[in-house]
Design a protein around this ligand. Structure first.
Ligand code: ADP
Length: 885
């Protein structure tokens, strides 16, 4: 059963899902409308019936009362008419002559079918039903004259004792009586003759039958209700105005199924022998018909109301569903955007309410899911944070201790254990200040704690910092830096103490302080200048320097030196400069400390050094000169020989010219030619002497721009005599164009001359035909080289190392100063000199010099550049010894 119900529910749900809302709206509208209509119909029909019944009863009561009134009125009309008749002149006149003997038994005069003269037709005139009998009765109650309208005689019961029904009072007397089981209206009134004599009574008898009742009810339509007289004792109908419907003599209860009966007592009439009820019979049929009409009418009204209700309900649901549709579409896009879900049912169509419900379920689930996710994430984050906190606590290099508001320890990290030297657990609950703060600063600690207590969380500055002394468990007192952070947890105040052991820092500070004394104690000036050139520190030794600069500590550096300062700061490299104040020379090293924005200036008084250098240079120059003189001593021999040639030529030309002049054969042209030869030879001799003087003369070293190729050529000129003597021709392989160098001409020529002469010395030991001497020059961007190569005996490796030592010589007349002097000269020229040799195959000497343009940057870094070996004597063997100065 349960299974079936579930299945049914499933199917209903499926159908509902597929039906669009408007259709469901109409179905629900119809169902609801009909349900409402059905319930209302039941309730209202009953209510209407009840109201209708009550109303009907009231109306019936009213109607029957009206009938009774009319009936009474009708009786009253009879009484009035009877009174008129009794007092009518015509009756009085008729009675005038009559005299009825009281004891006389007489048969009454019967007028059957016609009216006697004393009886005018007043009943007809008053719209009353004609009575069945009108009679005159004498004072003793004997009937004297009887008018009988029909064939029926007076009822026997009346005849038996007439007097008892009439009475004797003067008033007219209507009476409802039963005679021979028939109801009658009997009205009597006193009659008198013209003379006022009491003649007896006028009696009017009207049978209360259907006609009577109909006439008494007058205009009331007979199909509505039937009036009747009822015997209350026997519950029988005595008379009705429609006897064919309500048959007199039948029991009332026989009719109650078809009629609604209203009974009313009739007014009591004195002397009446019968108690009767006036009853109104309304046919149930007509009531039902009326009730049905009303119910139908009501039902129609309700149906209209129900239809209107259905219409409105359907319209409302339709509008709601249309609105829902829109909402669904929006929600669909919303859920797509916000949650990334797409509801497939939206595109399918169907019952929007169920779709909405589904969507809401899905949405709620997603939200719940998301909330659960967030909670889980939050928890894992919390765990991670806790773990991180724990890790931080564990790994912290500072001791971290948590105190409660009374200053007792409730938590700490391992560093605290080590730093303060207590056993785990031992310290929990201990008053921190007493245990671990040095006695002399406990008060200060308490002050910090209460200062921290005054701080509120969320304030800009929440922690209190200070330097104190802590005391380890073993009594060791050491400096600490303490930071107290107040924490409010669950309305309770706690303090977290971050304790940093600053023993090492203090030590370092002391060391730094002592280090700082280095500067102040230094005999050399040490200054610290900021980037703006302000001297922020100057030691005592700086006084003379500051005096030369005409400034003071905290004063400004002179503008010239501010430039150097800016350069050092800009390049981030130390810069060294010399400051020459005439009497004193300082070497200044500007070292930028970029992190701090300062420049340290280390100065050195180098006056003495510079003087020594100057003296040394002077000595050196003198030495060079002496050396040169010695070289020149040998050169001069050659030079003198060379001088002989022009001098001999001059002598020859002069002798020839004078001979011609003396012989008188001299032509002017020949003489002029001889003279010009003389002067050119003299110039040549002068040139030789000038060169000699230049080399021999003592002059201070002067640097000037020169062409290295030119110097080489000049040196070759100096040794022409010797080369000729040794039958050696110098092979020149010079670089193209000029090789500009910044040199002292004489000194570099001295070097070259020395190298060439050494080579010639070496060659002199060789057979004359194999002698070769090659000089080459090369140049790169920044360096120029000269190589002097010979194919002499070469230099054994044992000599190589000592080649540039002073006084090292293998020659008998040699001084051993040529190469050391050359080295000094090249050192002064930022150049180099070195030798290579393959023993037995010759030697090659190299010099390198910075090229003029590269003078600023080149500092003789020519080592990596290969020597111009190719221009030297060809085969120098595989092994090369190298010596360098
Ligand atoms: P000196 O020429 O007065 O001896 P140097 O200083 O000029 O002094 O030379 C030192 C030594 O170097 C010479 O005595 C010689 O032994 C050696 N030497 C110099 N040049 C050569 C060369 N081209 N070949 C072989 N030996 C040389």
């Amino acid at each position: 059963m349960k299974f079936r119900l579930t299945k049914l529910k499933h199917w209903v749900f499926r159908i509902l899902r597929r039906l669009p809302m408007p259709v469901i709206a109409i179905l629900i509208g119809l169902a609801a409308g009909f349900a409402v209509w059905g319930v209302l119909d039941q309730i209202q029909s009953r209510a209407v019936k009840k109201i209708f019944g009550e109303e009907l009863q009231a109306r019936l009561d009213l109607g029957s009362r009206e009938s009774l009134l009319r009936f009474n009125q009708y009786l009253t009309n009879y009484a009035a008419t009877t009174r008129l008749l009794a007092n009518h002149r015509r009756l009085a006149q008729y009675l005038e002559p009559l005299f009825w003997f009281p004891e006389q038994e007489v048969d009454p005069i019967l007028y059957e079918g016609f009216r006697p003269q004393w009886l005018p037709d007043f009943f007809g005139r008053n719209a009353l039903l004609a009575p069945s009998h009108v009679a005159l009765v004498d004072t003793r109650g004997q009937l004297r004259e009887i008018y009988q309208a029909g064939s029926d005689p007076l009822p026997a019961e009346l005849l038996k004792d007439t007097q008892q029904w009439l009475g004797d009072d003067e008033e007219v007397r209507p009476l409802l009586i039963r005679l021979d089981n028939q109801p009658y209206l009997l009205v009597s009134d006193r009659v008198e003759d013209n003379g006022g004599y009491n003649m007896g009574r006028l009696m009017v008898l009207v049978p209360i039958n259907a006609d009577f009742l109909a006439a008494s009810n007058g205009a009331v339509p007979s199909d509505r209700s039937v009036v009747a007289l009822i015997d209350p004792d026997a519950q029988r109908i005595l008379a009705s105005d429609e006897p064919w419907q309500l048959v007199p003599g039948t029991l009332v209860e026989d009719w109650t199924s078809n009629y609604l009966v209203t009974r009313q007592p009739l007014p009591a009439y004195a002397g009446s022998n019968w108690n009767m009820l006036f009853a109104t019979f309304v046919p149930q049929r007509s009531i039902k018909r009326m009730s049905r009409h009303t119910v139908y009418f009501e039902r129609r009204q309700r149906l209209v109301a129900a239809l209107v209700f259905i219409g409105v309900f359907t319209l409302v649901i339709y509008l709601v569903s249309a609105r829902l549709n829109k909402v669904l579409v929006r929600m669909s896009s919303f859920s797509q955007r916000a949650l990334g879900i797409e509801h497939p049912a939206f595109s399918r169509g169907g019952n929007q309410l169920l779709l909405l419900e589904e969507w809401i379920q899905q949405f709620t689930q997603l939200v719940l899911h998301a909330r659960e996710e967030m909670r889980r994430k939050h928890e894992s984050e919390m765990r991670a944070t806790e773990a991180l906190k724990a890790a931080i606590m564990e790994a912290s290099l500072d001791a971290i201790v948590t105190l409660n508001r009374d200053g007792r320890m409730i938590d700490y990290n391992p560093t605290a254990e080590q730093m303060l030297g207590f056993e785990p657990v031992q310290a929990l609950g201990e008053p921190f200040a007493e245990r671990f703060i040095a006695a002399d600063v406990v008060e200060r600690f308490q002050d910090m704690l209460s200062e921290s207590a005054g701080h509120r969380l969320g304030e800009h500055q929440t922690h209190v910092r200070g330097e104190l002394h802590a005391q380890r468990s073993d009594g060791l007192i050491f400096p600490i830096e303490l930071s107290i952070v107040p924490i409010d947890l669950d309305e309770q105040r706690f303090y977290t103490l971050y304790i940093h052991d600053i023993t090492k820092r203090k030590q370092a500070e002391r060391e730094i302080k002592s280090l700082a004394r280095f500067a102040s104690e230094s005999p050399n000036p040490i200054l610290r200048v900021n980037e703006q050139g302000l001297i922020v520190y100057a030691n005592a030794a700086s006084e003379p320097l500051l005096a030369y600069w005409e400034t003071t500590p905290q004063g400004q550096l002179p503008p010239l030196w501010r430039e150097t300062l800016a350069e050092a700061v800009h390049e981030g490299q130390p810069r060294e400069r010399e400051a020459d104040f005439g009497s004193h020379i300082f070497s200044l090293l500007f070292v930028p400390i970029q992190d701090l924005g300062y420049v340290n200036v280390y100065a050195r008084d180098i006056t003495a050094v510079r003087r020594a250098e100057q003296e040394s240079r002077q000595h050196q120059a003198e030495l060079v000169h002496v050396c040169r003189l010695s070289t020149m001593g040998e050169v001069a021999t050659g030079m003198a020989h060379e001088l002989n040639q022009p001098l001999a030529a001059i002598v020859n030309y002069a002798k020839g010219a004078s001979r011609r002049l003396q012989g008188g054969i001299g032509e002017t042209d020949a003489l002029v030619a001889a003279m010009s030869q003389i002067s050119s030879q003299a110039e040549r001799a002068g040139e030789i002497i000038r060169r000699l003087r230049a080399l021999v003369g003592k002059q201070p070293p002067i640097r000037s721009r020169a062409d290295l190729n030119h110097l080489v050529r000049e040196v070759c000129g100096f040794v022409e005599f010797e080369t000729e003597r040794l039958a050696v021709s110098i092979e020149l392989d010079l670089a193209e164009g000029e090789i500009p160098v910044d040199v002292d001409l004489v000194q570099i020529e001295q070097v070259l001359l020395n190298l060439v002469r050494n080579a010639l010395d070496a060659l002199s030991e060789q057979p004359s035909e194999t002698r070769r001497l090659a000089i080459a020059t090369r140049v790169s961007d920044s360096t120029a080289w000269v190589s002097v190569a010979d194919n002499g005996p070469g230099i054994p490796s044992s000599r190589m190392a000592r080649l540039f030592d002073p006084f090292f010589t293998t020659k008998e007349t040699g001084m051993g100063m040529g190469l050391p002097i050359s080295q000094t000269i090249l050192d002064n020229h930022e150049g180099r000199i070195w030798a290579e040799s393959s023993p037995g195959q010759g030697a090659c000497f190299f010099i390198s010099l910075p090229v003029w343009d590269a003078r600023e940057t080149g500092t003789g870094e020519a080592l990596s550049i290969p020597a111009p070996a190719d221009q030297g004597p060809a085969d120098r063997g595989p092994i090369r010894e190298q010596a360098s100065g």
